[in-house]
Design a protein around this ligand. Structure first.
Ligand SMILES: Nc1ncnc2c1ncn2[C@@H]1O[C@H](COP(=O)(O)OP(=O)(O)OP(=O)(O)O)[C@@H](O)[C@H]1O
Ligand SMILES: [Mg+2]
Length: 289
C-alpha cells in the first residue's frame, strides 16, 4: 500500500509544466498543441554525441499528424536515442525538435513534455504488478492533471466508461480484476499501452513493443496500433519485420505508408516498405544480414 501511495504521489505531482509555468531557462512553456499544419513531430539536424561518438548525426524526421511511422535499423543506429531526445531524457548538442508547430521540445523538461501529450512505451513493461488491471488504468486516469479531482472523489460514470472502453481496446476486459503481475508478458505490454492511452497522448513512441510476444500477441498488437492510427500519431521502432509488414500494408493509407531506416545516427532511407526493402544500402546494412 505504501508503495502505491508513494507511486501515486509521484504520479500526481501535478505542478504545472516546469513547476511555475516556465522551464528552467525561463521560457514560457508553449501552450496548446497545434497540429493544424499537419505535422506532429519535426526533428531538424539533431546531433547527440557521447564522448565524441555521434549516436545521432544530423537526424531529420517529420511525422504527420495521425501518421503511423515505422522506424527500423541495425542495433546502435540511434533509434532509442532519438526517443530519448523527443522525450527530453537526452539533450542534443545541436538541432531543433518540435511537437506540432508550436511546442519546442528542447526547451522543456521531461515531465512537461509528457504532459504536453507525448506518451512513451519502453521495451520492458512497467505496470504496477500488485494492483489489478482495473486499478492500473484507474491510476493513470488519476495521474492526468485534468482529472485531478478524481483522487478525492469516486470515479465518474464517464471515467468508468472510459476505463471499460480501454479494457476492450487492449483485450483485457475479462482480466479487469486480475492482479497485473499474473498477466502474460504480452498482456502486460497491452496494459501499459492502455495506461498510456488513458492520458490521451497525441503522439505515441513505442520502442520494440512486440519484443518477447507470441505470434498471436504480435498480431493483436498490430491490430491495436492500426486502430489508433489517425486519432494519434505513432512512431514504432521494431526489429520484427513481419510486424512492420502488418503495420505498413494495412490501414487507410497502406499504399503510401512510410518506413524510415536509421543507420549511424541518420536517415539512410525512407519510403514504402517495398522501397526500402529494394534499397541496396538498406539490404547491405540491415535487411540482408
Ligand atoms: N548514455 C549513453 N552513453 C554512451 N553511449 C550511448 C548512450 N546511449 C546510447 N549510446 C550509444 O549510442 C548508439 C545508439 O544507441 P541506441 O540505443 O540509440 O541504438 P538503437 O538504434 O536503439 O539500437 P537497438 O536496436 O539495439 O535498440 C549506440 O552505439 C550506443 O552504444
Ligand atoms: Mg534501442
Amino acid at each position: 500500500m505504501n508503495a502505491l501511495n508513494t507511486t501515486a504521489e509521484a504520479l500526481l505531482d501535478d505542478r504545472p509544466s516546469g513547476s511555475d509555468g516556465a522551464d528552467q531557462m525561463g521560457h514560457l512553456v508553449t501552450g496548446e498543441l497545434d497540429l493544424s499544419h499537419g505535422v506532429a513531430l519535426y526533428l531538424d539536424d539533431i546531433t547527440v554525441s557521447f564522448d565524441g561518438f555521434r549516436a545521432l548525426n544530423k537526424l531529420n524526421l517529420t511525422i504527420d499528424a495521425g501518421e503511423l511511422r515505422c522506424i527500423i535499423g541495425p542495433n546502435g543506429a540511434g533509434k532509442t536515442t532519438m526517443m530519448d531526445v523527443i522525450t527530453g531524457k537526452t539533450r542534443p548538442d545541436e538541432g531543433s525538435a518540435y511537437f506540432g508547430s508550436t511546442i519546442d521540445l528542447l526547451s522543456m523538461r521531461e515531465n512537461a513534455i509528457a504532459q504536453s501529450g507525448i506518451g512513451r512505451k519502453f521495451q520492458k513493461p512497467t505496470v504496477f504488478e500488485h494492483l489489478t488491471v482495473f486499478e492500473n488504468l484507474e491510476l493513470s486516469l488519476k495521474a492526468d492533471r485534468r482529472a485531478r479531482s478524481a483522487v478525492f472523489f469516486r470515479l465518474s460514470s464517464e471515467q468508468l466508461d472510459r476505463i471499460a472502453e480501454m479494457l476492450t481496446l487492449i483485450h483485457l476486459h475479462s482480466q479487469a480484476q486480475r492482479t497485473a503481475g499474473l498477466l502474460s508478458h504480452g498482456q502486460k505490454q497491452w496494459l501499459e499501452i492502455g495506461m498510456l492511452l488513458m492520458q490521451d497522448p497525441k503522439l505515441l513512441l513505442l520502442d520494440e513493443p512486440v519484443a518477447g510476444m507470441t505470434d498471436e500477441e504480435t498480431e493483436r498488437t498490430a491490430e491495436l496500433f492500426l486502430s489508433l492510427e489517425g486519432a494519434h500519431s505513432l512512431v514504432v521502432v521494431e526489429h520484427d519485420m513481419k510486424f512492420i509488414g502488418e503495420l505498413t500494408t494495412n490501414g487507410p493509407n497502406a499504399a503510401k505508408k512510410k518506413v524510415t531506416v536509421l543507420h549511424e545516427g541518420s536517415v539512410l532511407a525512407e519510403g514504402t516498405l517495398a522501397d526500402v526493402q529494394a534499397n541496396d544500402k538498406v539490404v547491405e546494412v540491415y535487411l540482408g544480414r
